[in-house]
Design a protein around this ligand. Structure first.
Ligand SMILES: Cc1cc2nc3c(=O)[nH]c(=O)nc-3n(C[C@H](O)[C@H](O)[C@H](O)COP(=O)(O)OP(=O)(O)OC[C@H]3O[C@@H](n4cnc5c(N)ncnc54)[C@H](O)[C@@H]3O)c2cc1C
Length: 405
């Protein structure tokens, strides 16, 4: 067995091509190092433009099928693309988009006509979706959603409220879970609809959280008041929504993985080398080095779980507990690491005042984000629960991962 990652000359050439492309196409506005708690409109537009350019080359969704506008590339090439984006502290896509969850779900559950109509604009970065699952009475217990979709001729008429959803600057399509049969048993009453963001009867109301950055931007409540949706936008069959959700949630619960390194760590190390405590650089103190090493170990585990899951997902390998394992670890470890930084840096970790801040406000932002970040896509407790069921603890029969093909 050889754990040394080695790239072939052909893969190295691909990396060179990607790097050269990004050097030319990543604008200065996306190369900032200061803390960005959410994006300005100009930054968002620059991210979208970069996304469309990547989409034209098939690099936005590199492993998605070519016939629907994806890149049809190998997982190795996709990892290279992600690593090169990570050099700019960006992911694929470079803006928050629930298409990363909706598109693979439609690929599994959509009709041929729906795939042909809905997937290409997502894979090319031409439209963005929000995922609308959570409601005031249905978060961890997602199957309790109340938003109603009532059949009316060929259409559905949707009414209800979603919370903690979306981002800044709107969307084009809303990927929404709703009740289509209120009399059916739990888990047999739901369906997924793709809803046009501009349809009459939709109101968006911003929510203020501790931070926007780890939430993918501004969170909102979305109200549906008798919103008419064409019947052919129902994906996966009527009242089959819980099965469809198993695909969506598998990816959201960490199953999609992530390729990326902790950008804060080297900046904190640099700070500790250049700032004094009791007259000597912080890094010379044994307890500071100890904390930095604990931090490094934590973030390395997260990175490795992330790459493993990205590979499992994009190489279509079987999986079980790995998604919730990453999700739980990332959430828990972010909180732990933010406390380590507080211990290491004291009040400097809690301020963005230029006179006292560390890493241009990134440490302070990280502290808030870690707390907010324990919720999106299922809380720590919920991930632990799913993991337990996957390894045969807590239920008599082992639960399987969601359907991904
Ligand atoms: C920043 C952010 C971004 C989000 N983005 C989206 C989005 O884009 N789309 C979307 O639809 N939703 C989104 N959400 C909502 C998120 O999915 C929910 O907040 C989450 O699923 C928890 O639901 P809840 O807030 O209703 O808490 P609750 O479900 O009420 O849980 C409250 C507490 O009880 C615990 N708990 C609940 N059930 C159990 C159990 N069975 N065992 C043990 N403990 C349990 C939870 O862990 C939690 O600590 C976002 C939330 C946040 C904060």
């Amino acid at each position: 067995m050889d754990f040394e990652v080695a790239y072939t000359p052909q893969q190295q050439r691909f990396r060179d091509e990607v790097r050269a492309f990004l050097e030319v196409n990543v604008p200065a506005i996306l190369r900032t190092t200061h803390a960005r708690d959410g994006d300005t409109y100009e930054e968002y537009q620059a991210q979208r433009e970069l996304g469309r350019k990547l989409g034209v080359k098939g690099w936005l969704y590199p492993t998605a099928p070519k016939q629907y506008g994806g890149g049809g590339l190998s997982v190795d090439e996709a990892i290279i693309l992600n690593e090169e984006m990570d050099r700019f502290d960006m992911t694929l896509p470079p803006y928050s988009d629930s298409a990363t969850l909706a598109a693979p779900t439609i690929q599994v559950w959509g009709t041929p006509e729906q795939k042909q109509r809905l997937l290409p604009p997502m894979y090319r970065g031409e439209l963005r979706t929000w995922q609308l699952l959570t409601e005031p009475g249905a978060g961890s217990d997602l199957a309790s959603v109340q938003t109603r979709a009532v059949k009316d001729g060929d259409d559905y008429v949707v009414s209800g409220q979603k919370i903690f959803v979306g981002t800044d600057y709107g969307a084009d399509q809303l990927w929404t879970l709703a009740v289509t049969d209120p009399n059916a048993p739990r888990h047999e009453n739901l369906s997924w609809l793709m809803i046009d963001f501009r349809a009459p009867g939709i109101t968006v109301q911003p929510m203020e959280l501790l931070t926007r950055s780890d939430a993918g931007g501004q969170k909102n409540s979305v109200f549906f008041d008798q919103v008419r949706v064409p019947g052919d936008n129902l994906v996966g069959g009527e009242n089959n929504g819980w099965k469809v959700a198993s695909t969506h949630l598998e990816l959201e619960h960490g199953g999609g993985g992530r390729v990326g390194t902790d950008k804060l760590f080297p900046r904190v190390v640099e700070y500790c080398k250049t700032h004094l405590l009791d007259g000597v650089p912080i890094i010379k103190h044994q307890d500071a080095r100890d904390l930095l090493m604990d931090y490094f170990i934590e973030s390395e585990i997260q990175r490795l779980f992330g790459v493993r899951n990205y590979w499992l997902s994009h190489a279509n390998k079987p999986r079980s507990y790995e998604g919730p394992q990453l999700s739980m670890w990332r959430k828990w470890s972010n909180v732990l690491r933010s406390h380590m930084l507080l211990k290491l840096l004291g009040y400097h970790a809690l301020t963005s005042d230029p006179a006292w801040t560390v890493a241009e406000g990134q440490v302070e932002l990280n502290h808030r984000s870690a707390i907010v970040g324990t919720h999106p896509g299922g809380t720590i407790e919920v991930q632990k629960l799913i993991m337990a069921r996957r390894i045969g603890i807590g239920r008599t029969a082992r639960e399987e991962a969601g359907r991904l093909e």
